[in-house]
Design a protein around this ligand. Sequence first.
Ligand SMILES: [Zn+2]
Length: 268
Amino acid sequence: MLAAGVIKKIVKGVGLERRHVAPARMFCERYALATFGHEHQRPGGRILAYHSVGQPAWGVNDVSPQQFRRHLDLALELGYRFVPASQIALTGGAPMDLAVTFDDGARSVATVAAPILRDYGIPYTVFPVTDWTDGKVEHFVGKVMTWDEMAGLVTSGAEIGSHSVTHSDFAAMSPDRYEHELAESRRIIRSRLGCTTETFAIPLGQARHWTAAAGDAARAAGYAIVYSQSEETRPAGTIARTFVTQFDADYIFRVLLRGAFDWWDEWF
Ligand SMILES: [Zn+2]
């Protein structure tokens, strides 16, 4: 893995920008871990965390439609079975169970991924950020799906969870603030879509973005399941997910399914 300090010096020295260097660093990490990292045999199922499909605004977290189809085909060829994420979260699932989730409510999930998943008959979960979907953050207007588009996904069987109101770092918030982020996002989803959500995906998602007190507040707000990131670094009381990136061609995706990234936190 390349040291962050070395990268910073290179960036400063040659005038490169983070948006150029960070993807290169992640590409190196993904290949190095896939090649030299240890695999991790899981006793239960695995939950994949995607963001967008064919929407470059999500940077390294965007996978192309072709890549997304290839992941599904590869998993099915290898004998995996797709089940709802909540089934794995609540029961542990079987070793060949896989689930698909999408963070942030990106528009391409409705326009590109959902039709593909419908073709395959694969269940999935979407975690919107309610202020983004409400159109309150200009940067995301047009980039995230509308509530009407999300309602269409619910009608076709998608599960909706919360990804907070503002997508901020819970570890840096006062209790009043994170209680609001948890309860208000749940209330907004219920008022916009008419469904009660009991699942929450931690914004930013790394172990350092969550606290035990936030976990208690999530349970008090009505969430039965809190999703985090990697198996080995996740905070207590949360359910691990495996992040998928744009670098995950067949070779990487195969070892990802075998646990090569189970201690790796997506950091972009
Ligand atoms: Zn997110």
